[in-house]
Design a protein around this ligand. Structure first.
Ligand SMILES: [Zn+2]
Length: 855
């Protein structure tokens, strides 16, 4: 029984049989204007050829009611549509399949999502098809290598906007308040990057005039977000990115126009639908956000644009190369951001934030080679994670260092020329890069892409009587589970403490050595005879993907004054190394928190400012020894208050410290201060208590039992937006009462009807340290429900729920035993069980770190 699965072999067989000449898709979106039905009309005609007349195959369609099925003019029995497939027997050389069906709107963000804005009751729809969900909206051959041209014809209320991949036509009225949008055929593309977005969207237009001609630009959002659409900024980034990519790729933007649509209740950051990019509309913030937010948004915009060439113009043959699709867009987005936009420190932000998620994922039991073996769609689900994005981008960054940027770009240009509008495998890119760089890359690809795990690089040295190196080596280790040692292009920085003209001590780089590291130990001959520096920084420049260790002297130097290091990227490497040492129980949580409190006040990198306090909060709540956790919590809370009071008015640091302080507040004194910020009796100069900060404060109070349902109702009455509703749901889920947890559990874990983003808000707010008693029953409840989660609430919501409902605050040996007993007998699908294994690994890590912190 295939269910909704599809294997690589089935897809290969179908691709060897068929060429898809064209799709005509007729969608009727007028069927549910009054919300009496949750379906829409979907009629698909597919013209395709078959290389072996007489053969049979199948088309894909999910969750539909099929009314009429015709193949080559012969009516087939609609009852043959079972298990998400339409059997197509006895094919001719030229075929025409017509399927008239009703499909179902979703509230899960998959397929065609339907949203009604609570502010004004306006309706918004958007499609989300990756990986295999176009078949939830029309009949498809759902695999990336059966590219075709798509002609959409959409009937919708005449006051709507309707947007798709091809340029938007003038709607033609058809009476009764409806109109038809007859789109021209698209360029040749895969089903998963087709799109339809429709509803009462607000639209603004602009034009990019570039080296290859004009590109019409559109920006869309909900009516209730019009005030937050910072159009000039978005247009600026879009134009900067087009200029950069068209120049660097040496290939014109391949589609006719470029619309970016900010849509509600979106599961991911964005999606690279050809010429019709959808993005989560939280990126149009209504409250003040720190610079890291805008830096991230910029990287999302550039990421999706990079896909227009890498992914949309040239597309993977099968999902085996999904990693390459995402890794490339991820690497390219930071490259573009750093070179072409105002976010010139983008690579520092990458090191402080995104790359850390790759290191984390690579040390979980669910890690896998970057190039995963995606033998079917279920495997894709399991392997689509931060290995795909963050590790993949890090490793591509290392590849660029390995072959050189110029040869890398030359290889890319050739690749786009050779494979435009076609499909490829990783080997095709490798061939292009080998030709342009002259380096053999097969063995490099093997050790980096086909094995899992991260190496640790540690300095290993001896000094003479004067304190100079007689030997410096880089020692490489691997975990027992993932024993591969790899070749690394590695920078090494030697930093001394030097007084500047004002007499302040700074950490100044005396020397930078770049070497190839290989095997268990690599001698760094260039360092012999050099005086031991105050800070020896492995991976200076962040070329490598590896965990790094600081020697004792270097560690003392940074604890004493990391802020003396002027280079933000070097600081990011030190933050990363010390955080990693904390996670590995080599540095105590207490020492890490001391390092953060002592140095975060002068951190300037946008991502450093926002992300490092989050790491410290995790150290306080999860990695500290229970015996002195209360002391460390107090130190953290008071330290943050000190940082908040000292922060420059209106600065990012001030906003981050305020949010962190709200999260850390647990004494009466601190909770009173939050109340005072809310009622205005405490005013911090430069800090506006706007919608988002107000909700942070209310949620923090709710979590400590100082804000009840009535208080949340009152806040919601003042902010009855979808964002307000999501915040209110999170505030209620945070409350330390059995009733609140029960309701949150029901909405987040049991009920399929809870909208995806509301469910996510609840799930993320539920498990809180300091609430161990009220959370205790949720160990059994969680383990009882894992196996049925996918069927109950679907793969996407299920993933979020199983990850964040895992009872990490209850970390103990007893919890590990219960989880092990569950794992020994579990029958859940691998996609669900991975979260249990991951949660278990994180708890084991926390227990080890607690032991280190206990001293
Ligand atoms: Zn992507």
């Amino acid at each position: 029984m295939p269910g909704t699965n599809l294997t690589r072999d089935e897809a290969a067989t179908r691709a060897s049989l068929l060429d898809v000449t064209s799709y005509s898709i007729d969608l009727d979106l007028t069927t549910a204007p009054d919300r009496t039905t949750d379906t829409f009309g979907s009629t698909t005609s597919i013209a395709f050829t078959c290389r072996e007349p007489g053969a049979s195959t199948f088309a894909d369609l999910v969750g539909a009611t099929v009314h009429e099925l015709t193949l080559n003019g012969v009516a087939l029995d609609p009852a043959t549509y079972v298990d998400s497939r339409i059997p197509l027997p006895d094919l001719q050389a030229d075929n025409l399949l017509v399927v008239r069906a009703d499909c179902t709107y979703s509230t899960s963000g998959e397929g065609l999502h339907r949203f009604v804005d609570p502010v004004d009751d306006r309706v918004y729809l958007y499609s989300q098809f990756e990986v295999p969900d176009a078949r939830r909206v029309f009949t498809t051959f759902e695999q990336p290598d059966l590219k075709s041209v798509f002609t959409f014809r959409v009937t919708a209320p005449d006051h709507w906007k309707v947007v798709s991949n091809a340029p938007t036509p003038e709607p033609e009225p058809v009476g009764a308040g409806a109109a038809v949008w007859a789109f021209p055929p698209t360029k040749r593309m895969s089903t998963y990057i087709t799109a339809v977005v429709a509803g009462e969207y607000h639209a603004v237009f602009d034009t990019y005039e570039g080296q290859f001609g004009e590109i019409p630009l559109g920006h869309y959002c909900r009516q209730s977000l019009v005030d937050h659409l910072d159009r000039d900024e978005l247009v600026k980034i879009t134009k900067q990115s087009f200029e950069f990519f068209e120049r660097e790729f040496g290939y014109p933007y391949p589609f006719e126009k470029y619309d970016q649509l900010y849509v509600p209740e979106y599961n991911m950051g964005a999606m690279e639908n050809a010429g019709c990019v959808t993005l989560r509309d939280e990126y149009l913030p209504r409250s003040r956000q720190p610079r890291s937010f805008y830096e991230f948004r910029c990287s999302v915009i550039t990421h999706e644009m990079a896909h227009m060439w890498f992914g949309d113009l040239v597309t993977m043959k099968w999902w085996d190369d999904l990693w390459l699709n995402e890794s490339f867009a991820e690497w390219a987005c930071y490259w573009c951001e750093a070179e072409a936009t105002e976010f010139t420190d983008a690579w520092t932000g990458f090191a402080n934030a995104r790359k850390q998620t790759g290191y984390r994922a690579d040390q979980l039991p669910s890690t896998h080679p970057i190039a995963a073996d995606n033998h079917d769609l279920e495997a894709v689900e399991v392997n689509f994670d931060m290995i795909t994005y963050a590790k993949g981008a890090s490793v591509l960054k290392q590849l660029v260092a390995w072959v050189g940027l110029e040869p890398f770009i030359a290889g890319l240009r050739q690749y786009f020329q050779d494979h435009a509008f076609g499909n490829t495998e990783f080997g095709d890119l490798l061939v292009a890069l080998e030709r342009s760089s002259g380096r053999e890359l097969g063995s490099w690809a093997e050790e980096w892409l086909q094995t899992a795990g991260v190496n640790t690089l540690t300095p290993d040295f001896e000094l003479d009587a004067d304190g100079a190196y007689t030997r410096l080596a880089v020692r490489q280790t691997a975990s027992a589970d993932q024993p591969t040692l790899r070749r690394h292009r590695l920078g090494i920085g030697l930093y001394d403490e030097v007084a500047n003209e004002r007499g302040e001590l700074r950490l100044v780089r005396r020397d930078y050595i770049e070497v190839d590291v290989e095997g268990e130990s690599t001698d760094i001959k260039e360092a012999v005879g050099q005086k031991q520096p105050a800070l020896l920084l492995l991976n200076d420049g962040d070329l490598a993907y590896a965990k790094i260790r600081l020697d004792e002297r270097s560690l003392a130097t940074v604890v004493g004054g990391l802020s003396r290091l002027d280079d933000s990227l070097a600081r990011a490497l030190v933050w990363g190394a010390t955080w990693d040492m904390t996670r590995d129980a080599e540095l105590s949580a207490t020492d890490f928190v001391t390092l953060v409190l002592g140095n975060i006040g002068s951190e300037t990198d946008a991502w450093g400012v926002t992300r490092i306090p989050a790491y410290a909060a995790l150290a306080v709540n999860s990695y500290s020894a229970p015996a002195h956790r209360a002391d460390l919590r107090l130190q953290w809370e008071r330290g943050l208050r000190g940082l908040l009071d000292a922060a420059e008015p209106g600065s990012d640091s001030q906003l981050t410290f305020a949010r962190s302080y709200a999260g850390a507040a647990h004494t009466d004194e601190a909770l009173d201060a939050l109340e005072a910020l809310l009622d205005g009796s405490l005013v911090v100069e430069g800090l506006a208590v706007d919608d988002d900060l107000r909700w942070s404060l209310i949620t923090a109070l709710a979590a400590r039992g100082r804000a009840d349902d009535a208080r949340v109702d009152e806040a919601l009455a003042a902010d009855n937006t979808i964002s307000g509703q999501e915040h209110a749901a999170a505030a209620r889920a945070a409350m330390p009462t059995a009733e609140a947890k029960e309701t949150a559990w029901r909405l987040g874990m049991l009920e399929a009807g809870t909208p995806n983003e509301t469910a996510r808000s609840i799930v993320l707010s539920f498990m809180r340290s300091g609430q161990e008693e009220v959370l205790a029953p949720y160990v059994e409840k969680y383990l009882d429900l894992v196996d049925s989660t996918w069927e109950r609430i679907g793969a996407h919501r299920g993933s979020v729920a199983l990850e964040h409902f895992f009872p990490k605050p209850l970390a103990s040996a007893e919890l590990l035993e219960k989880v092990d007993a569950y794992l020994a007998t579990s029958t859940a699908n691998p996609g669900a069980v991975r979260y249990v294994r991951e949660g278990r690994a994180e708890v084991a890590r926390a227990l080890a770190a607690q032991a280190k912190d206990a001293g």
